[in-house]
Design a protein around this ligand. Structure first.
Ligand SMILES: NC(=O)C1=CN([C@@H]2O[C@H](COP(=O)(O)OP(=O)(O)OC[C@H]3O[C@@H](n4cnc5c(N)ncnc54)[C@H](OP(=O)(O)O)[C@@H]3O)[C@@H](O)[C@H]2O)C=CC1
Ligand SMILES: O=C(O)[C@@H]1CCC=N1
Length: 271
């Protein structure tokens, strides 16, 4: 792979660019990016990562082996239509757009291009994305292998049936935001209880890291790991009882369901 191009230069593109550079999968000279009309952001990416940027589609797309679509779903038609004239034969198009089906992308491309759809998350920036991947009609095993290599440089990859990408989006695509939401609440309360914001953040961050490592390495289920912390009539029991009274588990399930529903809606929206 000699040239990889990002159509869209926002949060997700930056997270992937930063991740693949950290892993040494691409040299900065091999990476190209463009956006709709924000030259400052392109200049920032060039300065920060040393990659090539241009406002001209032809500059970034021509001769590119891999084209990553990292625009919002609402911008898909304009973005895809504008790359079509410049795509070379055998280029692979990888879409990170939530809810946009490979069939929709194939139709907009108007030629039999190998399309791979992925759902990463922003932890790509630190090499810890959890990415779901599925293949379009024309994508062969080699295209899947190339996309898997790119996204394994920024975390883990699992191939799923395309209809299951809605669930992947609801669980791990949006997932980091759910944990940040919980951290916001814990930070506010730690500070209200007299700790400094910095100390609370350090404590909470280390606690999440530890819990993640326990989940990753222990044979015990999350429920058992939780029960192991919960002494009878102790502090954790009081917290969990309060969460139950607030129906927190139901709220979380409803949130995940809502994200899933929204992903399905996005796949049905024209623009
Ligand atoms: N953020 C996340 O956690 C995740 C996001 N995604 C998906 O990634 C995609 C991008 O999200 P995110 O990075 O957060 O969005 P951002 O808003 O940060 O970035 C969107 C980018 O698309 C550019 N753009 C819009 N229209 C065009 C166009 N016609 N041609 C070229 N570039 C265009 C914008 O340019 P300009 O600034 O000039 O308007 C901007 O650079 C979305 O589809 C989202 O569903 C997937 C997984 C996780
Ligand atoms: O909120 C969104 O639409 C995107 C998709 C997954 C995470 N963020």
């Amino acid at each position: 792979m000699k040239k990889i191009t990002f159509i869209g230069a926002g949060q997700m593109a930056e997270a992937i660019i930063s991740g693949v550079l950290n892993k040494g999968l691409f040299k900065p000279e091999a990476i190209y990016a463009t956006n709709k009309g924000n030259p400052n952001q392109l200049a920032y990416l060039t300065t920060t990562y040393g990659i090539n940027t241009s406002e001209k589609m032809a500059d970034v797309v021509e001769e590119s082996d891999v084209i990553v679509l990292a625009v919002k779903p609402k911008d898909k038609t304009e973005a895809i239509t504008s790359i079509t004239p410049y795509i070379k034969e055998r280029a692979i198009v990888i879409s990170v757009m939530a809810g946009v089906e490979t069939a929709t992308i194939e139709t907009l491309l108007k030629k039999p291009v190998e399309v791979i759809r992925v759902m990463p998350n922003t932890s790509a920036k630190v090499g810890l994305s959890a990415t779901g991947l599925s293949r379009g009609t024309f994508a062969d095993d080699e295209a899947v292998r190339i996309a898997t290599t790119i996204f394994e440089a920024i975390g883990s990859v699992v191939e799923v049936q395309e209809q299951d990408l809605h669930a992947v989006t609801a669980v791990s695509g949006s997932g980091p935001a759910y944990f940040y939401y919980m951290v916001e609440a814990m930070l506010e309360e730690g500070v209200a209880l007299g700790l400094s914001e910095e100390t609370t953040k350090d404590l909470v961050t280390q606690t999440i890291k530890g819990a993640a490592k326990m989940l990753d390495t222990s044979d015990l289920s999350p429920a058992v790991l939780r029960k192991n912390i919960t002494s009878p009539n102790g502090t954790t029991e009081r917290a969990i009882l309060t969460f139950d009274q607030c129906e927190m588990k139901t709220a979380i399930k409803k949130g995940v369901r809502g994200a899933h529903r929204r992903s399905v809606e996005l796949s049905q929206e024209d623009e």
